[in-house]
Design a protein around this ligand. Sequence first.
Ligand code: ADP
Ligand code: ADP
Ligand code: ZN
Length: 213
Amino acid sequence: MKIIMLGAPGAGKGTQAKQIAKKFSIPHISTGDIFRANIKENTELGKKAKEYMDQGMLVPDSLTLELIMDRFKNADCANGYVLDGFPRTIPQAEALTKALADNGEKIDFAINVEVPDESIVNRMSGRRACLSCGATYHIKYNAPAKENVCDTCSAELVLRDDDKPETVLKRLSVYHEQTQPLIDYYKNENVLREVDGTQDMNKVFDDILAILQ
Ligand code: ADP
Ligand code: ADP
Ligand code: ZN
C-alpha cells in the first residue's frame, strides 16, 4: 500500500504516519526527518537544506527529489510506504506520479488531515521532537513520561528551530501557496480522502483505518 499524508505543518501527519507504518508494516518516510538527520550529521545535503528550513521555506525540488528517489530504491519499499511531508509541490507530485507510472504503479490513498490555521501555532509551540529517533511529543496532548526526555531512546527533547511562532506563520503561508494545491491534484487522481485532524489523535487514527481497511 502506498499512502501520502497531506496537511498543514503540525496537522498531525507524522503522528498518524508512524501508526499507519506500524499497523501495516510499511516504512514511514519523512523527508523532514531525512533532512534533519543530514543536518545533524553535517552532510553537504544537510548544509544546503538547513538554509531553507530555518527560514520556513521549502528545500528546492531538485534536492528533495534526488533524496526521495534514492530512498525508494531501498528494499523496505517493496510493499509500499507512507509518505509524510512529500510531495509538497505540484512538480514533486508530478515527478512521483511519473516515477510510479514507469513501473506500472500508483498511489493508493492521499489522506488530507484537516486542521484550521488557528490551531496550528498552538500545536507547534507545544511540539517536542527527539532528534535521535524521530519521535514526536506534545507537552499537553502527548507528553513524554519524563519531562523533556524521549520515552523511546532517552535522548533530550527539543523545540525545533522552525517551530518557533514566527517561522510557523511563514511555513503556513508557504503551505497554502505551494502545498495546498496538491489536494485538488489528488482529488483529480481519485485517491483523496479527508479526515478531521482536530479530533483526539486516537480518533483520527480510527478514521484513517476505516479508510484504509
Ligand atoms: P512538518 O512535520 O511540520 O510538516 P517537516 O518535518 O515535514 O515539517 O518539514 C520540515 C521542513 O523540511 C520544511 O519546512 C521544509 O523546509 C523541509 N521539507 C520537508 N519535506 C520537504 C519537501 N517535500 N519539499 C521541500 N522541502 C521539504
Ligand atoms: P506534522 O507531521 O503534520 O507536522 P505532528 O504529527 O508532528 O504534525 O504533530 C504536531 C504536534 O501536534 C505534535 O506535538 C503532536 O504531538 C501534536 N498532535 C498531533 N496530532 C494531534 C491531535 N489529534 N490532537 C492534538 N495534538 C496533536
Ligand atoms: Zn528518541
